[in-house]
Design a protein around this ligand. Structure first.
Ligand code: PGA
Length: 238
């Protein structure tokens, strides 16, 4: 199974850039299996309908209700029907800037699974929490994944908050240590094996080393995924 290479465009790009991006990846990425590009919801249909899109498309967020009076929100069913196969849930920017709690994210996780989406569920400690990362991650996992029965379509993304968009990447030793801890929590609590990707300042320079680690099942890339040339280099380094 290929390692997963996941792009997170965040709130960037416009419609005029989509065709060129898809075209570049189509031409330059040899094996597209396991390549997932998560885009703002308004772009999902355009990206997934593009004939040159041979990678998987993901949303960056979804609401937990199916429909109703939730002005401005977008349901899991809606992003699924627009062409998304994956959805990012619990990104640290959602947790920190929009106050999303573990309980709230657990509802989104169930909604995503119910809609047939494959969740990419993010966990990670802040700089202040670095010394107690174990208890922080354990709580995020236990509360975030409560009542989940089928983990087969779930991807866990470990993104230390202090490494996101800062250029401060975790050391390979730290990544190995934390991934193996996360793995053990899932095994103990839920008796399952999960795929764990690393995110936080992944670049064309450090991706090879990170992706070579046995503990790492892929990477979640923010800034460096905006440039199709850089993103392709990261994909090709696996
Ligand atoms: P970054 O973002 O690669 O720009 O650090 C990663 C993420 O937020 O998913």
């Amino acid at each position: 199974m290929n390692k997963l290479i996941i792009a997170n465009w965040k709130m960037n790009k416009d419609f005029s850039e989509i065709d060129e991006y898809c075209k570049y990846l189509d031409k330059n990425v040899k094996d597209k299996d396991g390549v997932i590009v998560c885009v703002p919801s308004v772009f999902i249909k355009t990206v997934s309908d593009n004939k040159k899109t041979r990678f998987s498309v993901g949303a960056e967020n979804c609401h937990y209700e199916k429909k109703g009076a939730f002005t401005g929100e977008i349901s899991a069913q809606m992003v699924r029907s627009a062409g998304a196969e994956y959805v990012i849930i619990g990104h640290s920017e959602r947790r920190q800037l929009f106050g999303e709690t573990n309980e709230f994210l657990n509802k989104k996780l169930h909604a995503a699974l119910g809609a047939g989406l494959k969740p990419i569920f993010c966990i990670g400690e802040t700089l202040e929490q670095k010394d107690k990362f174990k208890s922080v991650l354990k709580k995020q996992i236990e509360e975030g994944f409560a009542k989940v029965e089928d983990f087969s379509n779930i991807v866990v993304a470990y993104e230390p908050v202090w490494a996101i968009g800062t250029g401060k990447v975790a050391t390979t030793k730290d990544i190995e240590k934390v991934h193996s801890y996360i793995r053990s929590v899932f095994e103990t609590k839920f008796n399952v094996k999960v795929r764990i990707v690393y995110g936080g300042s992944v670049s064309t320079e450090n991706c090879g080393e990170i992706l070579s680690l046995d503990e790492v099942d892929g990477v979640l890339v923010g800034g460096a995924s905006l440039d199709p040339v850089k993103f392709t280099k990261i994909i090709e380094s696996r």
